[in-house]
Design a protein around this ligand. Structure first.
Ligand SMILES: [Zn+2]
Length: 256
């Protein structure tokens, strides 16, 4: 079934964030007007996960991803989350967001806990054939190495802040990179997009953060700005970017 082949998918947004409580239907309508026809709603904890399942149930354009944010170093919460994922697997688009954050987590013993929790989610992703929606702040190269070492298959690296050289093995493994609207002000993201092949790119917003203006609430409609930025950087028509991203989204998230 081809579900992502038309329009833009925002592959990483925090729709469960309280910033969207007052006006989520209007936010989704704005997105649709901008050509964004589906949104993958990621979770940071169990409360988010439950909320995202309700949102996905109530809004046909929303699909839920469920995971534990990597700065959360609690094994009990991690195993509760794994149980929740197993129990609700049929309703999930992905496991996320999960990953490594070496910017906030600096002590080696804490990083070891973080890796152990991440390893559990990678295993679950393989077992359930669910994509991983991965956070990797100040840990781009480490996250790629770790995913490869643990034989992760379906992978989206969201807001990747590493060097293009660190991304290369991930591209070779068929992993995808989702680009947020902050690309309009981030030289690192612009460099990354120039180096990555179109066949590795996905669109995201990370709403309500990583917008074009860091002072303002970011929204899924801004996925459109990402299309425009990639088109300009690569010297390709916007429509061709939309089609390539849709095909990539389908290959990672589409269900056979
Ligand atoms: Zn996020």
């Amino acid at each position: 079934m081809l579900i992502f082949m038309t329009g833009i998918t925002d592959t990483h947004a925090h729709l469960c964030d309280p910033a969207f409580d007052p006006d989520l239907p209007a936010v989704l309508e704005n997105a649709r007007k901008a050509g964004v026809f589906s949104v993958i709603a990621v979770s940071e904890n169990l409360a988010d996960a439950e909320k995202n399942l309700v949102l996905a149930d109530g809004h046909p354009m929303v699909r839920a991803a469920v995971g534990l944010y990597p700065t959360n170093l609690d094994f009990d919460q991690a195993s509760e989350m794994c149980a929740f994922i197993r129990h609700n697997a049929g309703m999930l688009a992905a496991i996320g967001e999960v990953g490594l954050d070496y910017w906030k987590v600096q002590e080696e013993p804490d990083r070891e806990i973080q890796r152990e929790i991440f390893r559990g989610f990678i295993e679950l992703s393989r077992k359930l054939d669910l994509p991983l929606n991965v956070h990797s702040r100040s840990a781009g190269r480490h996250a790629v190495d770790f995913l490869l070492k643990h034989s992760a298959v379906k992978v989206q690296l969201h807001a990747f802040d590493g060097k293009p050289a660190s991304a290369r093995p991930a591209v070779e493994a068929g992993y995808f990179f989702s680009i947020p609207p902050s690309i309009v002000r981030s030289v690192q993201k612009q460099k990354l997009v120039k180096k990555l092949p179109l066949s590795s790119l996905l669109i995201e917003t990370d709403s309500p953060v990583l917008g074009p203006d860091p002072q303002k609430r970011n929204e899924p409609a801004n996925a459109r700005l990402v299309i425009k930025a990639i088109a300009e950087l690569k010297g390709i028509q916007e429509q061709a970017i939309i089609e390539a991203a849709a095909e990539n989204t389908e290959s990672l998230y589409g269900r056979k």
